[in-house]
Design a protein around this ligand. Sequence first.
Ligand code: KMH
Ligand code: ZN
Length: 281
Amino acid sequence: MVPAAGTLITVAPTGAEIAKADCPQLPTTLAELVETAVACEAAGASLIHIHVRDADHRPSLDAVLLRETVQAVREQTSMVIQLSTGGSVHDSLERRITVLDAEPDSCSLTCGTTNFGDDVFLNPHPFMAQLYQLAQEREIVPEFELFDLGHVAALRRLIDAYGLPFGGKVHVDFVTGVPGGMPGTPAALLAGVQALPAEVTSWSATGIGRSHLPIAASALASGGHLRVGMEDNLNYAKGQPVQRNDELVSRAADLARLMQRPPLTTDEARDLLSTKERRST
Ligand code: KMH
Ligand code: ZN
C-alpha cells in the first residue's frame, strides 16, 4: 500500500440507530442532511456515508427518498456520496440491495454477520457476493466495512471469487467498538491492518463511542484514513454532547493537519477511490 500523504475524512452524520427524540440535533430531514453535508465539506470531509430517515425520522430505504438525497447532496457539495447498504438491523437483505438503484458513487458493503448490541447485523456470504457483483455491474465503488478480524478473511474470499471492484481500488473501513464486533483498541485495529489483503489500496477506521478519538489517533499514526460522525459517536468530550457533525469533522481535520497529513480535497478523494464521475458538468 502506498503511504497516504493526506487524509480522507468520511463523515457518517446520521446512522440508523439513534432516535431523533433522543438526539434532536441528529440530522434526519433532507434539509438538515444537506446543511450538514455542506458544513462538513467546508470543515474537511470529502466522503459522506448516508442513511436516510422518513418523515417520522425513522430509518428508511425508500427509493424516492434515497434518489432525492443523492441528487440534493450531489447538487450542493462535491463530496463522494456513499449510501449505506447496511440500513438498520430490521431491514431485509432484499430491500438493502435496492439502495444501489439510487446511483451513489459508493456503497458500504459489510463483510460478515455481526452481533450488534442485542441485535444481529446480518450479512451472509451470498448477500455479500450478490451486492459486490451488482456494485461492479453498476460501476459503484464499495467500501468494505470490517467489524471484525474474520471480515478480513471474507474480503479475501470476495476478491478471489469476483476480482477487483469497479475502478480497481480496494478501500476498507474498520468499524471498531460495536458491542459484538472487534474492540475499539489500537491493538485490535492494528491486527486488522496487518491482516489486510495486498489488493487493499487504502483503509480508514472509526471507533464507536468512547473509542472514537483513540481509534482516530491510531489510524492517523498508522497511515489510515478517518471516519467520524454522529452515527458513531454522540459525545464530543465527557459531558459535552456533539451539537453538529462538523464539530467532529473539524477536530479530525485538525488532528490530520497536526500529523502532517492534511484532509484530502474531494477531487483527491475521488482519485483515491477511483469513483465514476456522476456529476453533471
Ligand atoms: N446500522 C447498522 C446495522 C452500514 O452503514 O453499512 C449497519 C451500518 C453499516 O450502519
Ligand atoms: Zn452506516
